[in-house]
Design a binder for this molecule. Structure first.
Ligand SMILES: N[C@@H](CCC(=O)N[C@@H](CS)C(=O)NCC(=O)O)C(=O)O
Length: 264
């Protein structure tokens, strides 16, 4: 391979973690970059031109510059088809895409909301308690849904590990970090034990765990105006529907939350 790929990421981004797992499973070399000023809404330079939404992950492969994890994953599978990470059967492929859709939107929003409460100290007191309780209830329901999706299979992807599995792992790991592990003895818990041992998953998960330590400090930086959190799509809806209307209003008043970047 001539030039190494560049992946702009943050180790805690579940979207970036999915891409790293895919590249590592396929043994494709890449270098990692953390975009300057990620999280401020003020990104610039090469990253900003490749990522008009200012979000990670971004994959640079020569002249090819891609944003959005599902687009990037499909590109990786198309360009480096072996070993395949997608099942062959059309119904199974559709099931994998359903998993990606639900996990990247509804499941992700819950973990993101828990992060807003725990690390960014949103909704002090009773509002924070209510947000945590709603998140726990929603997580239990989604984990029950995932258990039903897995059924008697070993892998979400079908016969072998693939996109169906890496679609789930970063989100389930984050739940476990928030003390919302899958029910002991469940098929989902057994799947997690199995999947976490894969070198690509283990390495990517370890990078995320190492980055959690830095999160203990971030609320100070919000106060100093160094963060302007992106309340977008399902995340914004989650905060509104789960008891955090005041969090959104306070954030807008204090100018430390923003909506997604309008593409120009
Ligand atoms: N739909 C996108 C979502 C990417 C996304 O939201 N990334 C977050 C990190 S988890 C981000 O970079 N946010 C920019 C910011 O917070 O400023 C994908 O699948 O890649």
């Amino acid at each position: 391979m001539a030039d190494k790929l560049t992946l702009y990421e943050h180790p805690l981004s579940p979207y970036a973690q999915k891409v790293k797992i895919a590249l590592r499973e396929k043994d494709i070399p890449f270098k990692l970059e953390l975009p300057t000023a990620l999280g401020t809404g003020e990104v610039s330079g090469d990253f900003a031109s490749a990522s008009p939404r200012g979000e990670v992950p971004v994959l640079i492969d020569g002249d090819v510059r891609l944003f959005d994890s599902k687009v990037i994953l499909d590109y990786i599978e198309d360009k480096w088809p072996a070993p395949t990470l997608m099942p062959a059967d059309p119904a199974r492929r559709a099931k994998v895409r359903t998993l990606q859709e639900v996990l990247d939107t509804q499941y992700e929003a819950i973990n993101w909301g828990l992060g807003e409460v725990k690390y960014f100290k949103r909704g002090h007191g009773t509002c924070a308690d209510a947000l945590r309780a709603r998140a726990a209830e929603q997580t239990r329901k989604l984990q029950a849904w995932l258990t039903r999706q897995l059924g008697d299979d070993v892998w979400f992807n079908g016969d072998a590990f693939g996109f169906g599995d890496l679609a789930v792992i970063p989100y389930l790991n984050a739940s476990i970090g928030f003390d919302l592990a899958p029910e002991p003895g469940s098929a989902l818990a057994a799947w997690h034990v199995n999947v976490i041992e894969r070198p690509a998953v283990e390495r990517t998960s370890a990078e995320a765990t190492a980055a959690v330590a830095g999160m203990e400090q971030v609320s100070k930086f919000v106060g100093q105006g160094l963060f302007k959190r992106e309340y977008r799509d399902h995340r914004l809806e989650w905060m509104m529907r789960s008891g955090g209307v005041q969090v959104v209003l306070d954030g807008l008043k204090n100018d430390d939350v923003r909506f997604s970047t309008e593409i120009e």
